[in-house]
Write a protein that binds this ligand. Structure first.
Ligand code: SF4
Ligand code: SF4
Length: 225
């Protein structure tokens, strides 16, 4: 998501890579569920999150939209986010003990918090949001350990590709200035990366690469038309 904020205001002024140590360790989030409550539409989901949620829970994207997810427009793109329960104003995956019921497959945004990502050109760094997580006396932890994602190099390659693809999609929509085409592109991207079911027994990254190739080919045709 594009944001007009100064990184100095919200961070410790440092940029991090996966092997760096960062003061983000939150003592297993003891007695805290702050970042699972009142988050509005801010917990965006990427295609890997959908792969994890749909294959782990055995529920389709459409089924998840009934209670757990919702769609909204971010910088011109229709994207899913975790939906807050309208009565409790917390994530629907937060259990009665205020713990995450899908901890092992929690979305990338949840894994990051209180870290964020900042993109420059084709790459990104992590940064520490210093005003977001209320846990005191945080400990130092390697960024990649904090994320807890296997095959971090493949994951980060996916994050870069996904960011570039979203950027390219936005650029084409802005260039064409055609509401009907914008809607078609949005629905196509949504269908390809979120609605079409993922194979549980096949590695996510191979499935993403095929879908990405397909979408890039179509976007290229649109850009040249
Ligand atoms: S706000 Fe910090 S301590 Fe609380 S649940 Fe989130 S990451 Fe854990
Ligand atoms: S998925 Fe889990 S960690 Fe993420 S907001 Fe929901 S309850 Fe919290």
């Amino acid at each position: 998501m594009k944001r007009q904020i100064s990184i100095e205001e919200i961070s410790d002024g440092r940029l991090y890579k996966a092997n760096d140590l960062v003061k983000a360790g939150c003592h297993d989030c003891k007695d805290c569920s702050f970042c699972c409550e009142g988050m509005g539409e801010s917990i965006l989901l990427d295609p890997k999150d959908l792969y994890e949620l749909t294959t782990y829970l055995g529920r389709s994207f459409e089924e998840l939209l009934e209670n757990n997810l919702e769609l909204h427009v971010v910088d011109g793109l229709i994207l899913p986010n975790l939906k807050m329960d309208p009565e409790k104003d917390c994530c629907s995956f937060l259990d009665e003990n205020k713990r995450c019921s899908i901890h092992s497959i929690r979305p990338g945004f949840c894994r990051l918090f209180p870290l964020g990502r900042i993109y420059e050109q084709d790459d990104f760094h992590y940064f520490l949001q210093v005003h977001e997580c209320p846990m005191e006396h945080k400990t130092k932890v390697k960024v990649k350990k904090w994320l807890g994602i296997e095959a971090i190099a493949s994951y980060e390659e996916f994050i870069r590709s996904w960011h570039m693809l979203q950027k390219k999609t936005q650029e084409i929509m802005e260039q064409k200035k055609d509401d009907s085409l914008t809607k078609k592109i949005n629905l196509f991207v949504l269908q390809e990366f979120y609605v079409n079911p993922y194979e549980k027994d096949e590695d996510f990254y191979s499935q993403y690469a095929r879908r990405e190739q397909n979408v890039l080919t179509v976007l290229e045709d649109i850009a040249n038309s």
